[in-house]
Design a binder for this molecule. Structure first.
Ligand SMILES: Nc1nc2c(c(=O)[nH]1)N(C=O)[C@@H](CNc1ccc(C(=O)N[C@@H](CCC(=O)O)C(=O)O)cc1)CN2
Ligand SMILES: Nc1ncnc2c1ncn2[C@@H]1O[C@H](COP(=O)(O)OP(=O)(O)OP(=O)(O)O)[C@@H](O)[C@H]1O
Length: 185
């Protein structure tokens, strides 16, 4: 299947999925992430702010703050993403496509910490961790320039498809975590 059709299939599944199910499945993913040395040893987590029934990062963000870790979230500038530290949910406001982004009016500090664990969103993945996003290449561009991050993708089980076509510029997350499976290491 082409990426375009994979997106259609997953968006159709999302439409049938309740918010409550997404929350419950996301807490299972979070539990698996808390057990990883990549999470436990990181002093900083680069998150995404979930929207539109993506795997929710909220349990991870809250646990990271509770443990005294720094949390940084992405903001889109043209074709690029930049990360800023956030200290509470008051530090984000609807931005690009209504996705919560670090709020410019709050004077947040830009993050530059490649030792941070980076959580990768996606529309769909296959078992080899090939990723299909929204098709704008933000993560591929970002990760091609920031090569030292440990990367962990999060997805609900219906986001795992048979095969995602891979292009030369695609960068696979090192690990992919669903409520029931861990791929990669
Ligand atoms: N939560 C989250 N934040 C993220 C990403 C992401 O995938 N998830 N991104 C990862 O790159 C970047 C934003 N990338 C995006 C690129 C395109 C669209 C977009 O076109 N959205 C439309 C149409 C969706 C469709 O039908 O294809 C929409 O939401 O209406 C959204 C985000 C940065 N932040
Ligand atoms: N390292 C890079 N440098 C420049 N352009 C890139 C790079 N990586 C990807 N792109 C561009 O980004 C576009 C997005 O490709 P693709 O369809 O694989 O996106 P995606 O991974 O599904 O989306 P996203 O990363 O936004 O979630 C491609 O057309 C490609 O030209």
């Amino acid at each position: 299947m082409e990426k375009k059709d994979i997106r259609k299939q997953v968006f159709a599944q999302r439409a049938k999925t309740s918010e409550a199910f997404v929350q419950q499945q996301s807490s299972l993913i979070a539990g698996k992430i808390f057990a990883l040395p990549q999470f436990q040893d990181a002093s900083c987590i680069y998150v995404y702010m979930d929207y539109n029934k993506e795997a929710s990062t909220r349990p991870i963000i809250e646990e990271a703050w509770r443990l005294g870790k720094k949390v940084a979230a992405p903001k889109v500038f043209g074709e690029d993403m930049r990360y800023f530290y956030i200290h509470s949910y008051d530090d984000v406001a609807p931005g690009y496509f209504n996705i919560p982004e670090p709020d410019e009016t709050r004077n947040l500090k830009e993050a530059a910490d490649e030792t941070a664990l980076l959580l990768v969103p996606g529309v769909a993945f296959d078992k080899d961790r090939h990723r299909c996003g929204y098709g704008k290449g933000f993560y591929d561009r970002y990760l091609s320039r920031h090569t030292q991050h440990a990367t962990v993708a999060m997805a609900l089980d219906f986001q795992i498809v048979e095969a995602v076509p891979s292009d030369v510029y695609d960068i696979c997350p090192q690990m992919l975590i669903t409520p029931t499976m861990i791929y990669g290491k």
